[in-house]
Design a protein around this ligand. Structure first.
Ligand code: SF4
Ligand code: SF4
Length: 356
């Protein structure tokens, strides 16, 4: 259904606390140096992969990870153009730091895409700087906001189809920023806000009081969005929704199998194919069992070959950094597969699941 790709040179200037690529400063060696820059996939190789997956029936390509997605502009642009030109939906995740000064040709490519999500974990400059581990004087937040304004304005001028949104990962430094971020979303006239928790444990550092304050802020946000007062839509991580609704007593199904590779595998900048986006990032991959690496694209081994050989593998849930959304999706997929085995078609399920 979806493929996440990292067509970058494995670089980023930020060092975010919740980064699954650098492990919040735990990865000190430059990733490109660590794996060998000569092993980075070329734009031609990336474009070839897109042709292959289009043939497999993939709908969406997610541009994310591998460091910062838009930092390697010369590499990402031709790949984005290729995906857009062959009719794939394109979703871009970025920290937004290079948007304002981006090459106009890259901005055109972004405006021809489907969806752009800028990670903006704080609306206060001091908090933003601390979260990304950069000096306040670098004016990173100001630049990111200017970049969002620019892309929203160009999209409007051209009556474009691009949906622009903001993502926030909640943690100790920004748990009280929810209302400010929501105001920014309205001021910037973005289309959506994604509220998430992290998978490397930074959200867990909140005290009970801070966690309750955060939930209160989220409930207010949700109420105003549902009342149509915000001008943007909002989505919340599954475990936040459960906590907001105080469903603590509910018994949750824990999936036993990982079926994510069928719907959203990931390819890192060096051609390593991970079962999911966590395995596509060096830090979280290095802490996960080896079996979740499905293969390495090199020596004539194509993405289709790797997916075919992975198709027969049964993967359990043994990764330390499985995200809440991945656990929920696995639970859903496991039920679909088990039901299918006893003769219930996905299209007969009591929720919208288009067979195409
Ligand atoms: S911007 Fe993204 S890749 Fe860069 S350090 Fe932050 S989370 Fe990691
Ligand atoms: S168990 Fe979770 S983290 Fe591991 S590959 Fe599956 S989805 Fe990814």
């Amino acid at each position: 259904m979806m493929l996440e790709i990292h067509p970058t040179n494995a670089m980023c200037v930020y060092r975010c606390q919740m980064c699954i690529w650098c492990g919040g400063q735990k990865q000190t060696t430059s990733i490109a140096d660590f794996y060998g820059a000569e092993r980075l996939l070329t734009t031609d190789q990336w474009c070839g992969i897109l042709e292959e997956v289009k043939g497999l029936g993939t709908h969406q390509i997610i541009f994310s990870g591998g460091g910062e997605t838009l930092f390697s502009q010369a590499k990402v642009k031709p790949v984005l153009d290729k995906a857009n030109s062959i009719g794939l939906e394109t979703m871009i995740y970025t920290n937004g730091r290079t948007l304002y000064d981006a090459d106009p040709a890259l901005l055109d490519s972004i405006l021809s895409s489907t969806w752009l999500r800028v990670s903006l974990h704080a609306a206060t400059p001091e908090i933003y700087s601390r979260l990304i581990n950069r000096p306040l004087g670098a004016n990173d937040l100001g630049s990111v906001l200017d970049g969002i304004r620019k892309i929203v304005s160009l999209n409007k001028q051209r009556r474009g189809k691009l949906k622009v949104g903001i993502g926030i990962v909640l943690q100790e430094l920004n748990y009280a920023e929810v209302a400010k971020i929501a105001k920014l979303c309205s001021d910037l006239e973005v289309d959506f806000l994604d509220v998430r928790v992290d998978c490397i444990g930074v959200t867990k550092k909140l005290s009970e009081y801070q966690y309750e304050q955060m939930l209160e802020g989220l409930r207010e946000l949700r109420t105003s969005v549902e009342a149509g007062q915000s001008g943007f839509s909002a989505s919340f991580a599954d475990d936040l929704l459960i906590a907001m609704d105080q469903w603590k007593g509910m018994e949750l199904t824990q999936p036993k199998r990982c079926l994510i590779p069928v719907v959203r595998p990931a390819i890192d900048p060096f051609g390593i194919v991970g079962a999911c986006d966590s395995i596509g990032e060096p830090y979280t991959r290095s802490k996960s069992p080896r079996e979740y690496v499905l293969g390495q694209m090199s020596n004539g081994c194509s993405f289709v070959d790797i997916m075919r050989s992975a198709a027969g593998k049964e993967l359990g849930i043994r990764c330390k950094f499985c995200m809440p959304g991945q656990i929920s999706l696995n639970a859903l997929l496991e039920k679909l597969v088990d039901d299918f085995r006893i003769g219930i078609e996905p299209t007969s399920q009591p929720f919208c699941f288009d067979a195409s």
